[in-house]
Design a protein around this ligand. Structure first.
Ligand code: BES
Ligand code: ZN
Length: 647
């Protein structure tokens, strides 16, 4: 039956394959297939990808690209190793905003290709046709292409936008579905691919990637050097990442270190020294670190996220370099993704909580082991505070862990629900079964499912097989309610941080009882205590209603020296209060903050708050955005454009 499919279209083949379990492994030879090969039946439909992996799939990507800073393009070729079901005569890739030159096979014979209609979020399917696959066959196809200057994953920085001010810089952000704007491949988290790269860059600019560096740079023509990388672990394409700039490296220990611009290296290295211990602690908790080195690239301030867990090389915002290591939980978070996310990966965005909820849980365990339970509890408590406001704001359907994202941008799943409700769920299981049993299960979960995509349903199957084996326990845990129902189930017990009791008292004394700012024990507080203080809001606050007087705001600003606040988290919390009160004297501070960093978590909510302040806030937002927008990464501009409009 399979052989007869040689003539039918791939589409019909897919339909024919559906529900026919006996055929599923027919195409893969168990002796040569890599250990991570996924049976076609196990591919989960991903609504954010055009790929049809059940017919033909990419197993390896080999990039050969030149970074042209004048043209602001990456151009060259992606050679793709593919395997297919017998009879498959086409493969579908994801591309968005790429210039495809041609496609040929390993022998150089041109292959027919076609791009389908463009969707603003998903981009286009790139369908490549070839003679039908024989059983067990593997092939290589080569796509020659170039990116466009406005590729959504990439930001091309002018020298003025860097710390050094002398040389340009470029970096990528792949998650969720932006890798397709610079690599033509099957861009779905359920389709893992090994990869390697040769990157040609101007002399004096150093490419770094989320892979092992191979050898040293080699001359590649006048003024150019070629650099090689290899990622032997199969990864989802959103984890393929590149940075090219004037960056230098300093080791922390034998397997950890920091990459950043030379002028920032000393401070960044000093701030990130705890990284080495975190990797040791993480391994003790949940098993071996499977990625060789763990380095951190501290990017220019326009990096749109706090951190991104690119394998072997976490990308991080410079706003965590606070001078006192107060924001290093971000490193614990991105490091934890080396297990939750990079080893065991959400099969699609509806299961995003499997990546982020597990990671927030694991992050906090690392923080507890390194800094003790008080700090860990404070962090949990701050997370719970964020989650409470998120739960109040979101439509109930979006407060379920398993999301419904059909027809939506996957970014819409990027809320505290995945992060904090996800972690709260795991903490509830831990509390009920006991930490020891929970840890045994979690370590086993990472081992059993390493290098595999995970769905919520397969997670449930795993935990019901290995941990939740009695009816009594099943009833106590309420797992289905956590996952499929909105809000927080009745077995949730919020974290209680005793360290925050005096902070809350001070907040009430200042904000509610109108005491003087001089009574706030600010200088004795940690960053987390300061964040807690500034997050205080009256219980019955009405939207748009002031809860502080101008005199109180001025007292707070002067006494706490908030104009010179250097901690981005603290400054952000203050600026939210200031904007919500239309407090004009803070506008220069706000303007400076928004024009000197582009982290979306800070930028977007501040523009939203300004916009909500109508006649007062909108002109300020428009003016500041016109100035700031050219410096932001597309991830940030795309979000802010929707609020403020394009200047
Ligand atoms: N993987 C995420 C970032 C992400 C998620 C990018 C979805 C694009 C789509 C990363 O691990 C993350 O969660 N970063 C957080 C920091 C963390 C400490 C909560 C961030 O950037 O703020
Ligand atoms: Zn994360």
């Amino acid at each position: 039956m399979i052989r007869k499919l040689g003539l039918v279209s791939a589409l019909a083949l897919a339909t024919a394959l559906g529900g026919c379990a006996a055929m599923n492994t027919a195409g893969s030879d168990p002796t040569t297939a890599p250990a991570f090969a996924i049976a076609p039946a196990d591919y989960v439909r991903d609504i954010h990808s055009y790929a049809r992996p059940e017919i033909a799939r990419v197993t390896h990507v080999s990039l050969d690209l030149t970074a042209d800073f004048e043209a602001q393009t990456l151009s060259g070729a992606a050679a793709l190793d593919i395997s297919g079901e017998p009879g498959a005569n086409e493969i579908v890739l994801d591309v968005r905003n790429l210039d495809i030159r041609d496609v040929h096979d390993a022998a150089g014979t041109p292959l027919q290709f076609e791009t389908g209609p463009n969707d603003a979020i998903l981009g286009q399917p790139l369908t490549i046709r070839f003679p039908a696959f024989a059983p067990g066959e593997r092939r290589r196809i080569v796509v020659r292409y170039a990116t466009r200057p406005d590729a959504a994953a990439l930001q091309w920085l002018t020298p003025a936008q860097t710390a050094g001010g002398q040389k340009p810089y470029m970096f990528s952000q792949g998650q969720a579905i932006l890798t397709r704007t610079w690599v033509p491949t099957q861009d779905s988290p359920g389709i893992r691919q090994t990869w390697d790269a040769r990157i040609v860059a101007p002399n004096g600019l150093r490419p770094v990637m989320s892979a092992e560096a191979v050898g040293r740079g080699e001359p590649a023509g006048p003024g150019l050097t070629a650099w090689r990388f290899n990622e032997p672990n199969p990864v989802p394409p959103y984890l393929i990442a590149i940075g090219v700039g004037d960056v230098a490296f300093q080791a922390i220990d034998e397997r950890t270190g920091v990459w950043t611009e030379p002028s920032m290296l000393h401070d960044a290295h000093d701030e990130l020294i705890p990284t080495a211990e975190m990797v040791d602690v993480a391994e003790r908790l949940y098993g071996p670190y499977r990625w060789g080195r763990y380095d951190i690239l501290v990017l220019p301030p326009s990096f749109p996220f706090g951190g991104m867990e690119n394998p072997r090389l976490t990308f991080a915002t410079p706003t965590i370099i606070a001078g006192d290591r107060s924001l290093v939980s971000l490193v614990a978070h991105e490091l934890a993704h080396s297990w939750s996310g990079n080893l065991v990966t959400n099969a699609n965005r509806a299961d995003f909580w499997l990546n982020e909820g597990f990671t927030v849980y694991f992050e906090n365990r690392i923080m507890e082991a390194v800094y003790g339970p008080d700090r860990a509890l404070m962090l949990q408590s701050l997370g719970w505070g964020d989650l409470q406001s998120t739960l109040a704001d979101l439509p109930p359907a979006d407060t379920r862990l398993k999301l419904e994202l059909a027809g939506r941008d996957p970014d819409e799943g990027l809320t505290d629900v995945a992060y904090e409700k996800g972690a709260a769920f795991l903490r509830t299981i831990e509390r009920i079964v006991g930490r020891e049993r929970f840890d045994v299960w979690l370590k086993g979960y990472f081992e059993r499912n390493a290098f595999r995509p995970m769905t919520t349903e397969r997670f449930l199957e795993d935990i019901r097989t290995h941990l939740v084996t009695t009816k009594a326990l099943e009833d106590q845990l309420m797992m289905d309610a956590w996952i499929y129902q909105p809000g927080m189930p009745s077995n949730w017990q919020p974290p209680v941080s005793t360290a925050f009791v005096p902070v809350d008292a001070a907040a009430r004394a200042f904000f509610a009882d109108k005491g003087p700012a001089s009574a706030i024990p600010w200088s004795g507080w940690s960053t987390q205590e300061r964040q807690r203080f500034l997050a205080w809001r009256p219980e019955n606050r009405r939207e748009g209603a002031d809860w502080l007087t101008d005199a109180q705001l001025a007292d707070l600003e002067a006494t706490l020296n908030l104009r010179d606040e250097g901690n981005a988290e603290v400054l952000y919390s203050w600026l939210q209060i200031a904007v919500q009160h239309r407090y004009q004297p803070a506008v220069p501070t706000l303007e400076k903050f928004l024009t000197t960093m582009g982290r979306r978590k800070f930028v977007l909510p501040l523009f939203q708050s300004l916009w909500a302040e109508g006649d007062w806030g909108r002109p300020i937002a428009t003016r500041i955005y016109a100035q700031a927008r050219p410096g932001y990464h597309p991830v940030t501009t795309n979000s802010v454009d929707a609020v403020v409009g394009r200047p």
